[in-house]
Design a protein around this ligand. Structure first.
Ligand code: ADP
Length: 653
């Protein structure tokens, strides 16, 4: 029985495996590279071992060292997660030779599916429908070209050893063929040390639908239904969901059975995913099989209410599968959004840096955040830029989708650039809402998605101005620099969505401001707290998360995060026109009480007049010690903002 597992991985998947192991009372050993010494997975595991330098080849891919440590630390099993060593047949073999259980399929099964062309040959023999194309050994460029011509353009050149969309090129005409072949081969050789190519018919608008399968050592196999992973960017998944919407149940059964046929053809054990392209005419074709746990496995966990890592451990223990096919069913709908450290406004280039501030949505039975990062961590150039996964569940697709959007809106990730705002726009884009899915979705709807950036609503603009104005409020909500006799008038500028906005804000009282948004005047009160501000208007009270560093103020609004560069804020100057002893009404309101009378001596900060506005009372205090020269109002009077109420004369020295 497995009592101790070494997790040969990092980041969110290492943490996710540790979580299940802990629940099952299994001890865990984390491994890490020097740059990951303080990482979450290291903190969560019972024991942790430093493998070496940051480069994966020196740490997470160092098979000899990992096996040595597994033996030294007396572990029963190694979980490879995904990526790194998870589909390395040699590593699975070495584990076996050293009596350490590899939590995954046999080395032979990994090998069989390791090459896309060999996999297609096996599937062909097992009568699993294939994407039409050439997957033989002949690699002569002229021969491959003829194959492309015979099947008709467009075709897709694919690296047999490929993964992560690398070594893949679409070819739309004869003229493009040779240069595409050369560049696909070059990329494949660089990434995988192999440039064997397949030529496939390129389906222009298919859906990517994959089946989660599980097999044990007793000849049992089940499929845990499908995931629709059609939302991709450059052949890489961005948002996944389960079940696939508008997916006829007879196709579900046929695809599930085809996937199991594929698994049985290679005596598969453990968790696996059989990927298919589902064409517009209802036909589906085997694409490849991934012999590991997939990044997107949590959506399956949500709709089946099963823990797939637990299932993997059960199978690795040699036990039968926990459930039979008839005991499995689909409940509700789940989405996963992959959160990447990348810049959607700059060609999605990976972004590195320190996570200065991280707020994740509130976790519940319906909202799950799988992440390996925490505030203070450094996102480095060494590893995958995916920093977190948000997974949500709802009774149906619409409910799950609004929870997805809502939860994305609650994320705050400052310090690096992320794709969160992009995910919000993507999730809100109309064809996606209508479940019009296809693998070319992002390419086809690119303009639409980018237009989706919602214009700021008045209350969001108020929120932005509120947070800027709140710069004047110290933590104790006391005003710095505000004087009762001034209506502080400031011009502000901020940049949002690459546009610069200028506004005038009047500070009426310590925490009370007035501004004009789209020609309508708004008065709002600001309460500033540690990590959020509350904006109170007469008919709403909205709280926004914010974070501030030397350079920027970040504010979380519905369409994502607004970053206001402090340098771009023009703090303007206070309106000095009123004379020092003039006490003016900070806003339109009613005089509740006049606390002093003419010729009365008053002390600095003594309350002179109380006025009421927006159902709140505001005390107007003496800016200095002196004598009331004139009081122009009485209780019950209605006054206008800026109206002179009282004049104070300073004490003669
Ligand atoms: P990788 O292993 O690099 O991820 P896959 O074979 O899984 O490559 O394909 C990745 C994606 O590329 C698929 O999800 C699909 O969107 C697209 N794709 C692959 N083959 C085809 C094809 N023949 N026609 C159209 N799109 C394809």
């Amino acid at each position: 029985m497995i009592n101790k597992i070494l997790i040969a991985n990092r980041g969110e998947i290492a943490c996710r495996i540790i979580r299940t192991a802990a629940r099952l009372n299994i001890k865990t050993v984390a491994v890490y590279s020097e740059v990951d010494a303080n990482a979450l997975h290291v903190q969560m595991a019972d024991e942790a071992i430093c493998l070496g330098e940051a480069a994966a080849s020196k740490s997470y891919l160092n098979t000899a060292l990992i096996i040595e440590k597994a033996i030294q630390y007396n572990v029963d099993a190694i979980h490879p997660g995904y990526g790194f060593l998870s589909e390395n047949a040699e590593f699975a073999q070495v584990c076996q030779e050293n009596n350490v259980t590899f939590i995954g399929p046999s080395s032979e099964a990994i090998q069989a599916m390791g090459s896309k062309s060999a996999a297609k040959t096996i599937m062909e023999a097992a009568n699993v429908p294939l994407v039409p194309g050439y997957h033989g050994n002949e690699q002569n460029p002229g021969f491959l070209h003829k194959q492309a011509q015979a099947m008709g353009y467009p075709v897709l050149l694919k690296a047999a050893a490929g993964g992560g969309g690398k070594g893949m090129r679409q070819v739309w005409s004869d003229e493009e063929f040779h240069s595409a072949l050369i560049s696909a081969k070059r990329e494949s050789l660089n990434s995988f040390g192999d440039d064997h190519m397949l030529v496939e018919k390129y389906l222009t608008q298919p859906r990517h639908i994959e089946i989660q399968i599980f097999c044990d050592n007793h000849g049992n196999g089940v499929y845990l239904f499908e995931r629709d992973c059609s939302i991709q960017r450059r052949h890489q998944k961005v948002i996944e969901e389960a079940p696939a919407p508008n997916f006829p149940s007879n196709v579900r059964t046929a695809m599930g059975e085809a996937a199991l046929k594929a698994a049985h053809a290679i005596n598969y054990t453990g968790a696996g995913t059989v990927e298919f392209l589902y064409d517009t005419d209802g036909s589906f074709y085997f694409m490849e099989m991934n012999t590991r746990l997939q990044v997107e496995h949590p959506v399956t966990e949500f709709i089946t209410q099963e823990d797939l890592v637990e299932w993997q451990i059960i199978v690795a223990n040699g036990l039968p599968l926990p459930k039979s096919q008839t005991q499995l069913s689909i409940s509700g709908h789940a989405f996963e959004a992959r959160i990447y450290a990348e810049d959607p406004n700059n060609e999605f280039l990976p972004s590195t840096g320190k996570i200065e501030h991280l707020i994740t949505p509130k976790i519940s039975p319906f909202v799950r955040v799988d992440t390996g990062i925490q505030t203070g961590d450094e996102v480095s150039i060494f590893y995958d830029p995916m920093v977190a996964k948000l997974i949500v569940w709802g009774e149906d697709r619409n409910k799950a989708l609004s929870l997805l959007i809502n939860s994305l809106q609650q994320f705050m990730l400052c310090g690096i650039t992320s794709n969160i705002d992009y995910l919000i726009k993507l999730a809100q884009s109309e064809p996606f809402v209508n479940a019009e899915l296809s693998t070319d979705y992002i390419e086809r709807h690119n303009k639409l998605i980018n237009l989706e950036k919602a214009p700021l609503l008045p209350e969001q603009q108020i929120a932005i101005l509120g947070i800027i104005s709140a710069q004047n409020i110290s933590e104790t909500n006391e005003l710095s620099g505000y004087r009762v006799n001034h209506v502080v008038n400031k011009a502000y500028e901020y940049t949002y969505n690459q546009e610069t906005f200028s506004f005038e804000v009047q500070q009426l009282a310590p925490c009370l401001f007035q501004t004009k948004v789209s020609k309508v005047s708004y008065t709002f009160e600001v309460e500033k707290h540690d990590s959020h501000i509350t904006i109170i208007t007469p008919d709403s009270k909205l709280t926004y998360a914010y974070y501030e560093n030397n350079k920027c103020i970040y504010l979380q609004i519905q369409s994502g995060m607004v970053c206001i560069e402090k340098a771009s804020i023009d703090f303007g100057t206070a309106d000095e026109s009123a004379s020092a002893g003039d006490v003016v009404a900070p806003m339109n309101g009613n005089v509740v009480k006049v606390m002093v009378s003419q010729n009365e001596k008053v002390k600095k900060d003594q309350v002179l007049i109380i006025i009421e506005a927006m159902k709140m009372e505001h005390s107007l205090k003496a800016p200095f010690s002196g004598v009331v020269k004139e009081c122009r109002v009485n209780a019950g009077d209605t006054v206008e903002g800026n109206e002179l109420l009282l004049t104070l004369l300073a004490n003669e020295q």
